[in-house]
Design a protein around this ligand. Structure first.
Ligand SMILES: [Zn+2]
Length: 428
């Protein structure tokens, strides 16, 4: 075992990393956590006194659209339907304004960094309208933000593949330029046959480039339209191609409409394929069930059944302030709180599951799990929350007092929000 150096880069003293254990010193050197000790005696170039604050691994957004964020003023949502959002966005992206895209994406990335996000997976549109502008812009931002967060890029065919000829070639070019993941949007085809061709083409592309797959799938209130019910097909393709563990699916809302006896075999299939499901509650709640005249459905993936069935489930912001989702601060804790309400995850263990979904589960969903977490040897990507119990993180949505990326302090908000009373409240 390597001896611990006496002088390290950073130590976080008195950190609450476990609500049932004593406070811990987190010792960090060369970008990694090198020890967790109750009272570390060495010295550090830089010291933080967490003073009992909760410290969790940095948040992860496994599914976000930076290229079309912040279009809420240019073209606000009116009908609030998926069809409107796709139509409005197609119009806006036809402008192909690179500077505008950089400005909007940076606004979201800055929010994410301040909120303690250390990695995110962006899904820029790739299609004959926008061509490769989204991928090129994300590549530029990946470099610009490399000290602040890890940015993965999915080449995402929002307009379909069969329906939008030339898109597959653009995706290939996007992967050659440096995109990390093959995306998919199989519901945006004209019929079920084309949906399956779309899925086959994405698997073929991913295999040729040896990259992971991340598709938008089953984004509807029910399974009436076969284009919006492709999970089983994707799971079978995953197993046939040996892609278990390398496929993530966003939305998957139509499964929420299935009775338990139909859902159970599908959950088993997803678990067998080691498919990661990324629920996107802000968008799903906003666009879902628009045609329900009364008591509208929640439009969420069946969270409890998936988790109980052994499927890795994470969540993410998806869209931030556009026709798909008019709200958003790129804050994993805010979305987690929303999800906990909507999915009725209220018990202490369910709340802990939600926090895990925004951290460790999300890391698994985008292939970062082996280097992630508050443990010796892992990369020092951490958030010090201005609250004293980890269990309070989702309740308080506290300020992020310090954010640490690869052992370097990237955000400090210490002393930003103290209340200054005129009188002591001690005796009250
Ligand atoms: Zn999306």
């Amino acid at each position: 075992m390597n001896r611990l150096p006496d002088h390290v880069d950073l130590v976080i003293r008195h950190a609450r990393i476990d609500d049932d254990a004593p406070l811990t010193d987190i010792v960090i050197d060369a970008g990694r956590i090198v020890a967790l000790e109750t009272d570390w005696h060495g010295t550090a170039r830089e010291e933080i006194d967490a003073a009992g604050r909760a410290v969790v691994p940095g948040f992860i957004e496994p599914h976000i659209h930076l290229d079309k964020a912040m279009w809420h003023r240019a073209r606000p949502s009116v009908a609030g339907t998926l069809e409107e959002a796709i139509r409005v966005t197609a119009d806006l992206k036809s402008r192909r304004d690179r500077t505008d895209m950089l400005v909007r994406a940076r606004r979201v990335l800055d929010m994410a960094v301040r909120n303690g996000t250390v990695a995110l997976r962006a899904h820029p549109d790739v299609d004959p309208i926008q061509q490769l502008l989204g991928v090129e812009t994300m590549l530029e931002l990946r470099d610009e933000y490399r000290d602040l967060l890890d940015l993965q890029i999915v080449a995402f065919p929002q307009e379909g593949l069969i329906k939008a000829p030339g898109t597959l070639q653009l995706m290939e070019e996007g992967l050659r330029l440096g995109a990390d993941v093959a995306g998919g949007c199989p519901y945006n085809e004209l019929n079920r046959e084309d949906t399956e061709r779309h899925i086959d083409a994405v698997f073929d592309l991913a295999q040729r480039f040896d990259v992971d797959i991340d598709m938008h799938a089953d984004f509807a209130d029910d399974t009436a339209d076969a284009r919006f019910f492709a999970t089983a097909y994707i799971a079978r393709r995953t197993i046939e191609t040996g892609y278990q563990g390398r496929v993530s699916l966003g939305h998957v809302t139509s499964l929420g409409s299935l009775p338990p006896e139909q859902l159970a075999p599908l959950v088993d299939l997803l678990a067998e394929a080691h498919i990661h499901v990324v629920t996107l509650p802000a968008t799903d709640l906003y666009l879902g069930a628009r045609h329900d005249a009364s008591n509208p459905r929640r439009g969420l993936t069946p969270l409890r059944a998936l988790i109980d069935g052994g499927v890795n489930v994470a969540y993410s912001s998806n869209n931030v302030r556009n026709a798909f989702t008019p709200f958003g601060n790129a804050d994993v804790l805010t979305i987690g709180n929303l999800l906990a309400h909507a999915a009725q995850f209220g018990t202490p263990s369910q709340q802990a599951q939600i926090l895990a979904m925004g951290t460790v589960n999300a890391a698994r969903a985008i292939g970062l799990a082996s280097d992630y977490g508050v443990a010796p040897g892992r990369i020092a990507d951490l958030v010090v929350l201005d609250t004293h119990w980890i269990a309070d993180a989702l309740l308080d949505i506290p300020p992020r007092t310090w954010v640490i990326k690869r052992g370097r302090i990237t955000v400090t908000t210490h002393h930003c929000c103290e209340i200054h009373r005129a009188h002591s409240t001690e005796e009250v």
